[in-house]
Ligand binder design. Sequence first.
Ligand code: GLU
Length: 308
Amino acid sequence: MNPRPIIGRFAPSPTGALHLGSLCTALASYCHIKSLGGQWLVRIEDVDFERCKPDYAVSILTDLDNLGLHSDGEILFQSKRTDIYDEYLAHLSNITYHCTCSRKELSALSIPAVSFYDVNIKDLHLAPIYPRLCLHKNLSDNKIRLCLPDVLTAFFDGIQGVIWDNPAKSLGDVVVKRQNGMINYMLACTIDDGLQGITHVMRGLDIMPMTVAQLCIAKACLLPTPHYFYHLPLLVNHDGQKLSKQNLATPIDTTTPDKVSDLLFTALTLLGQNPPAELQKETPDTILMWATRHWDNGVLQGAALGMV
Ligand code: GLU
């Protein structure tokens, strides 16, 4: 059997503009995959129509272009692919069920989630486990939950090491489609990673708790799974919170090549790549070329990306 071509991706949710934290993720995944001679794809994960805004997608794509981080293939927008996700959901009917429980009803009943590792991020906590009240009710309306297997399993993470998890105990039966038709990110992302033949997933540590569940969902969908995962340490602010669009991390300014060079240099420094000082004065293309040639995942192992 021929080996699969090496394909990585950057898959931002357009809930805000790119900031230094998301720039580090984009740059790391780009340099890493290019250092392996692979292709790098951009996918806009805008299934959450309440939080994602088309204007943010435009600004993210403009920034990536200005940064010289160009997708090697068509840019997919998940909001245009709901038919595909629905089709896969129909095939998963033996492991999904409808549920009418409201958050309020559940608040007193839910089972606390078990965390199998300490990711050490202050604002990351797992939601309680759904107690399967609707599992055998044969409902045909409302939200859809997917049964995740009660099995302790592991995957190898190229930065974090061997990660064990039992998705039934850490996540429980996740809602994969809400009553308003919104598809859950975890399902859409898994299906697209499979359909796009993604072999290398490099992303923020905050998404690591979804990984085992995503591997299980891909298997249930009979889709290929990524060969390698790399969960990057996160940039945190002075309160120890992950830099995110929600806590208003400052948007990056990519409007001139000088600003882009400064940003790339800063991000490479935060990523522990130790760029030589004189590189900062070079063009964005030269900086990217240097970064790809010298890319080293090793320095990220066990590292905290640091504070800004
Ligand atoms: N769309 C996710 C986010 O912006 C990233 C998903 C992934 O890389 O798997 O946080």
